[in-house]
Design a binder for this molecule. Structure first.
Ligand code: SAH
Length: 230
């Protein structure tokens, strides 16, 4: 069983349309759609925006829905200056950039007393995602690298410079690292797929509204292709 998460309706609605839904299970505010896509058993869920929503939802997805691996599909703000709206980012690892215990001498993003705060994606899923991206996207750049998450919609050039300099991030969003954090703690393989909806600068909110559907569609197409190869 494969778990698929998106934060917003825009990010899951198209997968839901092609899914054969056998059962809808409600836990709290979350609706888990259990069924099949291309003959693969999946559970699809919209987790809501931000790190806490994403953490609750992925915990339930693993513990209650018993998924064996987790895929995340969604949109993000570009941080790498070479990235353009519509491009794709496949996570190698993720960090919670707003975790700050620097007063004790820890680096930004380091969570004290955890074995690792750099949550590593499953190498096999990353390889499959890259292969899938090459199969379907001809005119898009595919970036494989670090994604950072925090509870902020980033719309500032200073902030993206900082995220690039300190974390070497490819893109920023609000859920991926917390899904990754849960998967690391509960020992489940995962990969986060993001398509760029904006460049996290002063135009980000306008670009976001314009490109969110298109970017969500790119990410969904990649998930479809991954499901064929997995
Ligand atoms: N406009 C929405 C809010 C979107 S919040 C509303 O009113 O409901 C942004 C969402 O897209 C989050 O789920 C986040 O993961 C992602 N995202 C896209 N661009 C981002 C950016 N520049 N900074 C942070 N998150 C971003």
């Amino acid at each position: 069983m494969i778990g698929i998460i998106g934060a917003m309706n825009e990010e899951i609605v198209q997968l839901k349309e092609i899914m054969k839904i056998d059962e809808t299970i409600k836990i709290g505010d979350f609706e888990f759609f259990k069924g099949e896509i291309f003959g693969k058993k999946v559970v699809l869920v919209e987790c809501g925006i931000g790190k806490v929503n994403a953490a609750i939802c992925s915990t339930l997805l693993i513990q209650e829905m018993k998924v064996e691996k987790v895929l995340f599909t969604g949109v993000a703000g570009g941080v790498n200056p070479e990235i353009e709206i519509g491009d794709i980012v496949i996570s190698t690892d993720l960090m919670e950039y707003d975790f700050d215990c620097t007063a004790f001498g820890y680096k930004n993003g380091v969570i004290p007393r955890m074995e690792s705060s750099e949550f590593k994606s499953c190498e096999n899923l990353v390889a499959i995602a890259n292969k899938a991206a090459k199969n379907i996207f001809e005119n898009k750049k595919i970036f494989t690298g670090r994604i950072v998450s925090g509870d902020t919609f980033v719309a500032s050039v200073e902030k993206i410079r900082w995220l690039r300099e300190i974390f070497n991030a490819e893109c920023t969003e609000m859920e991926g690292a917390s899904v990754a954090h849960v998967c690391q703690v509960l020992k489940k393989p995962f990969v986060i797929i993001r398509s760029i909806s904006d460049k996290a600068n002063h135009e980000a909110s306008v670009n976001f509204d314009e490109f969110v559907k298109l970017a969500a569609q790119n990410s969904k197409r990649l998930i479809e292709e991954i499901l064929k190869l997995i």
